[in-house]
Write a protein that binds this ligand. Structure first.
Ligand code: SF4
Ligand code: SF4
Ligand code: FES
Length: 283
């Protein structure tokens, strides 16, 4: 999608300006009194004015449109701080029907994930300094598109649900905080920060072709996050659940996922760790 509409508005603005000045010229001429000498002249001038009736009625509208067009034109000079700003500007001022997800604007919620100039990322953290000239924005790859930049993530969310991403304990009574050592807490670093934006899964060729069966890097990183949590008591069941030819072993360590992650996480490493745990635990 090209976001530059300046040329279009420039042309529209020029057309509208010349139309408005034509009508104004006629108005000035007819009201200057030079022509209205007789009743007949009066009738002629009235007829001429009536002929311009539509244009006259539209003159205010033209003026509004010109002002609007000029302000759209100024898009070229506005400094956007990031790609999401550009989309907001288009939605607010040019095309309110444009559909995309966004919420936090700070790289925290993961909802604005999209493909920008061929790379998955978060629109709100794609800085203006990285945008040279036109920017091409697409939905995340290989998803069904619901509308414009909104990909269908329902399959991924179902897979996320399938790994039961919550603390599971059988022995502990959860009436107070369940503590863990600092060392155990540190093990979660690099996993708990995942915002489930899906940039990794939608850049993974294995997920493109087997997304209905292979869990993909985002969900496997989440599975790993719960497998290694010292407070969780379902480690073995969790490992057994993902130890599957299709769910896990479709990962061929191509590392697209790690390169795509806007939070700098390493889902490929987490997948490798799960494989190692399964091999050594003989699950
Ligand atoms: S390393 Fe695995 S999960 Fe990551 S892109 Fe490659 S196949 Fe997909
Ligand atoms: S691992 Fe990174 S790219 Fe994948 S869902 Fe989490 S935050 Fe997004
Ligand atoms: S809007 Fe939340 S991550 Fe971009």
């Amino acid at each position: 999608m090209r976001v530059s509409t300046a040329q279009f508005y420039l042309q529209s603005s020029q057309q509208m300006s010349s139309k408005a000045s034509d009508v104004n010229e006629q108005m000035a001429y007819l009201t200057s009194g030079k022509r209205v000498l007789t009743a007949k002249d009066d009738a002629v001038s009235y007829g001429t004015l009536a002929g311009y009736k539509d244009d006259l009625a539209n003159i205010e509208k033209y003026k509004r449109n010109i002002t609007q067009a000029e302000s759209h034109n100024s898009m070229q000079e506005v400094a956007f701080s990031n790609a999401e700003d550009i989309l907001n500007k288009i939605k607010n001022e040019i095309d309110p029907s444009l559909a995309y997800r966004r919420s936090c604007a700070h790289g925290v919620c993961g909802s604005c994930a999209m493909n920008m100039d061929g790379k998955n990322g978060l629109a709100c953290t794609k800085p203006h300094s990285e945008i040279e000239g036109d920017i091409n924005i697409y939905p995340l790859p290989h998803l069904k598109v619901k509308k414009d930049l909104i990909g269908d993530l329902s399959g991924l969310y179902k897979q996320y649900e399938s790994i039961e991403p919550w603390l599971k304990t059988n022995t502990k009574v959860e009436t107070t905080e369940i503590l863990q050592t600092k060392e155990d807490r540190v093990k979660l670093d690099g996993a708990y920060e995942c915002i489930m934006c899906a940039c990794c899964s939608t850049s993974c060729p294995s997920y493109w072709w087997n997304g209905d069966k292979y869990l993909g890097p985002a969900v496997l990183l989440q599975a790993y996050r719960w497998i290694i949590d010292s407070r969780d008591e379902e480690r073995e069941t969790r490992l057994k659940k993902v130890a599957d030819e299709l769910k896990l072993y479709r990962c061929h360590t191509i590392l697209n996922c790690t390169n795509a992650c806007p939070k700098g996480l390493n889902p490929a490493k987490a997948i490798a760790e799960i494989k190692k745990m399964i091999a050594t635990a003989n699950v």
